[in-house]
Design a protein around this ligand. Sequence first.
Ligand code: A3P
Length: 326
Amino acid sequence: MALASDKQANEENELLLSLPKERGLGAGPYLHLFQDFWCPSFYFPGVNNFQKHFHAKDSDVFVASFPKSGTTWLKALTFVIVNHQRFSSFDHHPLLSSNPHELVSFPEFILSHDFDDQILSLSNMTEPRLLATHLPFPSLPKSIAKSNCKIIYICRNPFDTFVSAWEFFTKKSSVSSHALTFEEAFEKYCNGIMGFGPWWSHMLGYWNESITRPNKVLFLKYEDLKEDAVFHVKRMVEFLDIPITQGEETTAVIENIINLCRFEKMKDLEVNKSGEIDNIAEKKNFFRKGKIGDWINYFSPSMIEKLSKIIEEKLSGSGLSFKLHS
Ligand code: A3P
């Protein structure tokens, strides 16, 4: 086993060395262009193991996202919905004592270390298994696309996503992005270079799949969820086909779910104020401002013009558009 894993590690190293690499916002020192996306060096072994060894079950639920688009929020909401029968008391809910990233794992991350233990714990998870991924749709393990498992995807307007990523990845922690200035990081982002980017192909991959297979992929936008959470959480419940009411009024239950996962409430929980997630990021950094339109405080007029043009060009004809202000 040790020999086999040494062999795999060597092959991965060789592959990594052969790939184009860049600095950009993301976990680890470099991003590597792998299967048409910029894979953070930190995730590379886990991505390989996820693609090679993960077997989706029909009952699996995946939360998918481009980083800094509202993953933490969507993990929390989906966890509450999927586990509604198991944890129906919101006064003693696991979300009050654990960070959403501790409750919903990224296989591409956990499979980068302790492989045998992690693959076993994935296969022993209570069903339905709730997992998360930042991988672009075409790079997901084949069994995810083939099985009847469901994916809820969230994305966010590219302006706020960039600012959120800038603030997160340049915070003092081991995911920090090594001496890029705001302007340099922005140029890279405009060229698609950020962990799991380009952001446009990431969004469009899931967007197109949600159109052709609406029962497979539910496509959400951070701004929509902020504006009308009741409507969109109802869509999530219907999409997952999970009974969440036992005689109670559906809207009241939905409102309780939303309240439990509210930004201010989560940010204020002791469990989210200190400590780290898997030694790579401080929990408190996952809760910054939680607003639409904070980008206005960061961008120069020429940057606004440049990113607006890229959004128009890359998303034109797709039907996908974003609200930039609240
Ligand atoms: P800001 O940096 O703009 O504040 P991700 O979870 O994908 O890493 O995205 C992080 C962004 O989502 C951060 O945005 C963070 O503040 C925001 N966020 C985290 N929890 C949230 C919640 N419960 N409701 C709304 N936004 C939330």
